[in-house]
Design a protein around this ligand. Structure first.
Ligand code: ADP
Length: 592
C-alpha cells in the first residue's frame, strides 16, 4: 500500500462511490418508473372499460351471447385491447380473442373476484388462454344497484415492457454519460487534492537532502497550506540550528587549530575523536585520515599509547613526559591527560594535551653546559694561581728568580681570569639588554666606530707588525649602538690579528649595498676548517683550545659579536678557507 500513490487511492474510491450512487438511483428510478407505468396503464385500461361498458347495455344476458362476443371482437380489434365480458356468475359472455364457449368460468380470476363488490380489479398474471403475461383491469357494471356483470380489458405485459425498455435504454445512455463525466471529474478533483501534496513531498525531500534555503509554496486547502507553512517553519528553524552548530564547530576548530599545544581526544575504545593541527604535526600523521581510527593503528608511539590507556583506566587527570624520536633529534613532550565527560558526567573518553618542550629542554641543557664550561674555564687559571701561590709559600719566595717566574704566572692567569669575567659580563649584559629591548639604537656614522676599533687594536697589531687598513666612506650611516658595534668590530679585529702571521694585513671595509649595510673584516691568516664554521659562534667554542688560550682568547669573542649584531637586527656571516684566511661580515639593515 505504501508505494501506491494517493491519486490512485482517491480516484478509484471516488469512481466507485459515483458508480454505486448512479446504480442506486437507476435502480430506484426504474422501479418507480415501472410502478408508475403500471398504474398509468391500469388507469388507461379502466378508462377504456368505462368507455365501452355502455355498448353492452341490454345485452347482459346469456341469450345475447353472440352479439356480445361479436361486439367484443370488433371493439377489441379497434382498440388493440383484449376485452372480456363476464356475467356475475363468472360465465364469459364474449371475448375479443377467444371463443367464450371454450373459456372456463372466470369467477375465480383475481381481478373479476372483486367485481361483485363493485370494486375495480387489477391483476397482472399469466393468461392460460393467451399463454402470455397480461395486465387485467375488471370494471363492474352496475345498474340500479344491481351488478350486471364485469367488463374486463387487458393488454399483454410485453407491450408495457417495450415502452419501458425504450425509456431504460435512454436512461442507460444518460447514466453512462454521467459515469464518464464523473470519472473525468473525479480524476480532476483527485489531482487537485493530491498535486499540492506531491509538491510538498518533493519539497520535504529537498529539505531532507539539506537544501533548507528553499521554501514550499503554501497552496491548496487550509490543512495542506497549514502543513506547508509548518514544514517551512521547521526548515527555517532547522537551518538556523544547523548554521549555529556549524558556527560553533568552526569556532572550536579555529581555537583548536590555532593552539600551539597538541590536542587529542579519544573515546573509550581508544578511537580518535579529534586531533588538532599541532598534534597531527607533532605525531607526523594526517589528521583527517586519523579521525575515527584506533590510536594503536595511527600513532605508533608506544609511550603515548600507554599514557592514553593510563588516563582512560584511571578516570583522573594524569601528567607525564614523553620523548619522541624525530629526524631532527629527540622531541620532548609534556603531556596532560584528563577524562572526557559528557553532559551527564559519564566518562566517554580522554583528552590529552601535549606541549612541545624540546626548546625548553635544550635551553636547560645549554645552560647546564654553560655553567660547566664557565667553571672549567675559571678552574684552569685558578688552579694555576693556586699552584703558584702554594709554591711561593712553600719557600720559592726566598729564591728571587723562581719567585718572579711564579708571580709572572699569577699575573698572567689573573689577566686571563679578568678577561674571561669581562667577556662573560659583556655577554650577559648584551643578552639581558637585548631581551629587555634596552639596547638603544641611534642614527650615526659607521666610519668613526670603525676608526675607534682600529685605534683600540692598534697596539696589538703593532706588536705583531700587522697592518690594519680601513675603507669606509664618511657617508655610510646606520642605526647603531656605537659602543657595542665598536666592541663587536674590536673582537673581530682582535681575532684577525691573533690568527694572522706576523707582518700580515687586516682589511676593514664598510659599504651600503641596497638595503643592507655590510661591515667586513678580512684577514689572510690561518683560516678555519669547514667543519668548525657552524659552531664558532657558540660560547667557549674554540677550534684549537690550547692555541686560543695561549693567544689569550676566552672562546666568547664571536659569541659576543653574534649577540651584539642580533640586537641590531642583523646577522654575522663567515667565509673561511683553512690556510688562506677568513672574512667575517656583519650585515645590518641599511637606513633610508
Ligand atoms: P677566542 O677567544 O678563542 O678567539 P672566539 O669566539 O673569538 O674565541 O673565536 C672562536 C674560535 O674561532 C677561535 O678559537 C678560533 O679558532 C676561531 N677563529 C675566530 N676568528 C678567527 C680568524 N680570524 N681566523 C682563524 N680562526 C678564527
Amino acid at each position: 500500500m505504501a508505494d501506491r500513490r494517493l491519486l490512485w487511492q482517491l480516484y478509484p474510491t471516488y469512481l466507485i462511490i459515483t458508480l454505486i450512487a448512479l446504480l442506486a438511483v437507476s435502480w430506484y428510478t426504474s422501479g418507480a418508473l415501472r410502478t408508475f407505468h403500471a398504474e398509468q396503464t391500469a388507469i388507461n385500461l379502466e378508462a377504456r372499460a368505462r368507455l365501452i361498458e355502455g355498448r353492452f347495455d341490454g345485452l347482459w344476458d346469456p341469450a345475447h351471447k353472440d352479439s356480445v362476443d361479436a361486439l367484443c371482437k370488433q371493439l377489441g380489434k379497434a382498440s388493440a385491447t383484449r376485452i372480456t365480458v363476464i356475467l356475475p356468475d363468472g360465465k364469459v359472455l364474449g371475448d375479443s380473442q377467444e371463443d367464450p364457449a371454450r373459456m372456463d368460468n372466470h369467477a375465480g380470476r383475481p381481478e373479476v373476484a372483486l367485481a361483485p363488490g363493485r370494486q375495480i380489479g387489477v391483476s397482472t398474471r399469466f393468461s392460460n388462454t393467451l399463454q402470455q403475461e397480461m395486465m387485467y383491469v375488471a370494471v363492474p357494471v352496475v345498474e340500479d344497484a344491481v351488478v350486471l356483470g364485469t367488463v374486463r380489458v387487458s393488454i399483454p405485459v410485453t407491450a408495457m415492457d417495450r415502452t419501458l425498455s425504450g425509456i431504460y435504454l435512454r436512461l442507460t445512455g444518460v447514466g453512462l454519460l454521467i459515469a464518464l463525466m464523473a470519472a473525468a471529474l473525479s480524476l480532476l478533483v483527485s489531482r487537485w487534492i493530491t498535486r499540492p501534496l506531491e509538491e510538498m513531498t518533493l519539497g520535504a525531500q529537498r529539505f531532507a537532502r539539506g537544501e533548507l534555503d528553499r521554501r514550499l509554496a503554501v497552496v491548496g486547502s487550509a490543512e495542506i497550506a497549514a502543513l506547508g507553512a509548518a514544514l517551512n517553519r521547521m526548515a527555517g528553524e532547522l537551518d538556523e540550528r544547523i548554521q549555529a552548530m556549524a558556527r560553533q564547530r568552526n569556532e572550536l576548530e579555529a581555537v583548536l587549530s590555532s593552539m600551539s599545544e597538541g590536542v587529542l581526544a579519544v573515546d573509550n575504545d581508544e578511537r580518535i575523536i579529534r586531533l588538532n593541527r599541532a598534534a597531527a604535526k607533532l605525531m607526523a600523521i594526517d589528521a583527517k585520515k586519523a579521525q575515527g581510527r584506533r590510536i594503536l593503528e595511527v600513532i605508533r608511539k608506544v609511550e603515548l599509547q600507554r599514557f592514553v590507556a593510563r588516563t582512560l583506566a584511571s578516570h583522573e587527570s594524569e601528567e607525564g613526559d614523553i620523548v619522541l624520536p624525530s629526524p631532527e633529534g629527540e622531541r620532548y613532550l609534556q603531556v596532560h591527560g584528563a577524562p572526557l565527560r559528557d553532559v551527564q558526567g559519564e566518562d566517554i573518553g580522554a583528552l590529552v594535551v601535549f606541549s612541545d618542550v624540546t626548546r625548553l629542554r635544550r635551553l636547560e641543557s645549554v645552560r647546564r653546559d654553560f655553567v660547566a664550561n664557565v667553571s672549567h674555564e675559571l678552574k684552569t687559571p685558578i688552579t694555576a694561581i693556586k699552584g703558584s701561590v702554594e709554591t711561593l709559600l712553600s719557600g720559592a719566595l726566598s729564591e728571587p728568580q723562581t719567585a718572579e717566574r711564579f708571580l709572572g704566572i699569577v699575573a698572567r692567569q689573573s689577566d686571563r681570569l679578568e678577561a674571561i669575567i669581562d667577556d662573560l659580563l659583556a655577554l650577559s649584559r648584551v643578552e639581558q639588554d637585548a631581551e629587555q629591548d634596552a639596547i638603544a639604537l641611534a642614527l650615526g656614522g659607521i666610519r668613526p666606530v670603525l676608526a675607534a676599533a682600529q685605534q683600540a687594536c692598534q697596539p696589538s697589531a703593532d706588536e705583531k707588525n700587522v697592518e690594519i687598513r680601513l675603507f669606509c666612506s664618511p657617508q655610510v650611516r646606520g642605526r647603531i649602538n656605537a659602543p657595542l658595534l665598536e666592541q663587536a668590530v674590536v673582537n673581530l679585529l682582535t681575532n684577525a690579528i691573533k690568527y694572522s702571521p706576523a707582518g700580515g694585513k687586516v682589511v676593514v671595509d664598510a659599504a651600503q649595498l641596497g638595503d643592507q649595510l655590510m661591515i667586513k673584516v678580512q684577514d689572510w691568516g690561518s683560516g678555519i676548517a669547514a667543519e668548525h664554521l657552524p659552531r664558532i659562534f657558540e660560547r667557549f667554542y674554540r677550534v684549537d683550545p690550547a692555541r686560543s688560550r695561549k693567544l689569550g682568547g676566552t672562546g666568547l669573542g664571536l659569541s659576543i659579536v653574534k649577540h651584539i649584531i642580533q640586537a641590531h637586527g642583523g646577522q654575522v656571516v663567515v667565509h673561511s678557507t683553512l690556510g688562506e684566511g677568513s672574512v667575517f661580515t656583519l650585515i645590518l639593515p641599511a637606513v633610508g
